[in-house]
Design a binder for this molecule. Sequence first.
Ligand SMILES: [Fe+2]
Length: 197
Amino acid sequence: MVKMNYLLNTNFKVVKGENINIETFLHSKRVAAYTKRIAQYMNYCSKQTNTLILAALSHDIGKSRIPSNILNKKGKLTNFEFEIIKQHAKYGADILIENKQCKDFCDIIKFHHENYDGSGYYGLCGEQIPVYSRIIRIADVFDALTTNRPYRKAYSIASALEIMECEKYMYDPKLFEIFINLVNRNIKEMLISKNIS
Ligand SMILES: [Fe+2]
């Protein structure tokens, strides 16, 4: 089991030039807040909930190994640059392996961009994808859509859900349904949670 205190108190070994961008950090906190809701809905025990939250908090840690001029580029990414960005899922797992985390935990991070239909980074599909990765995928996309980006304004919650509905083949259907119900039920609180600090 990954201990909460371990991750909170550990300075992950990073080499010169690697650092965590504040936007990535805040995004990860919001994704963790959404995944916590799903864990509560699923009646996960505290061990499962902690693992899911810690995975959500560290899911984009591999971005610390992506050159900042690519990561923070305001314009459209070239295909080459996009291929480099995609490496963050693998780099994240590498960092966690270097920090002696167990394989199952590293795999959650490695596969957090997998899509249910097999169209993600590694091409895993359905239940081949670790369930915590499937949960993080939904929360990750929702937060990305409802947050300002260098190249566009944030979508409203209703528009974000509409967009996700149009591409729902990418998400675990049961988890997606749970997530939509949770958002609709807690929409006011969700809006407040956009200001988590
Ligand atoms: Fe990511």
